[in-house]
Design a protein around this ligand. Sequence first.
Ligand SMILES: C[S@@+](CC[C@H](N)C(=O)[O-])C[C@H]1O[C@@H](n2cnc3c(N)ncnc32)[C@H](O)[C@@H]1O
Length: 225
Amino acid sequence: MVKRIPLPQEPIAEIDAVIQYDKGAKCYMMPEYKYFVWKIRRRGIKSGTVLDIGTGSGLLAIELSKAKGCHFDIIGIDISENMVRRAIENAKQAKVEDRIRFLVSTAATLPFADNSFDFVMSYASLHHWLEPVAVFNEVERVVKETGSVIIRDNKRIYQNPFWKSIIWFISRFMNKRHRGNWSKAILASYTIPEVNEIITRSRLRDYRVSSDFVFIDLCIESRCK
Ligand SMILES: C[S@@+](CC[C@H](N)C(=O)[O-])C[C@H]1O[C@@H](n2cnc3c(N)ncnc32)[C@H](O)[C@@H]1O
């Protein structure tokens, strides 16, 4: 088993790192965002209040706000001030600033009342969380009884030589910086049994954890039909 190597710090904080992240996300991650939105719609989620945890530069929230036939009222939160500033700019550029609000907050203590959201989502943030159990508890607290949750992240696939070589191959098409960041993110990510063990210690309920997006990601769904 390849050992998990946690990231050195929780936020992507420095302005230079944020600008680079945003550029890379626009370049390489759009298929993932589109797939996530497709998955949300496929689960029959088409309206209501949405929370995006670890929203980064807001690209998933923006993609969801543009989904055809849907009407969402979205809040994106991130622990990094510079990410939130970037997300606000991106929403303005996409002309969806009236549909999304971005706030600086840690996911471990969310500034929202109990049962506030119809849908809670998160992408590529779980492997950053220093207190994942606290975040899952907060997710359970803020989601409505009738609501649902989808949290997606990388999976630590490096114990499998086949998937390790696929990642190596895909990353040849990236610039050096993003290639390096992606492999660090994968090493900081969890396996499915590890995620199950963490959630067992939290209050999140009615959940399942499965492989997702050509096997390289994992997906936690709670109360999804
Ligand atoms: C790899 S980025 C993913 C951003 C975005 N979801 C996307 O798909 O582009 C991870 C984000 O999680 C944020 N983050 C890390 N720990 C957090 C926490 N405890 N609470 C809120 N945001 C957090 C980081 O600041 C960073 O913006």
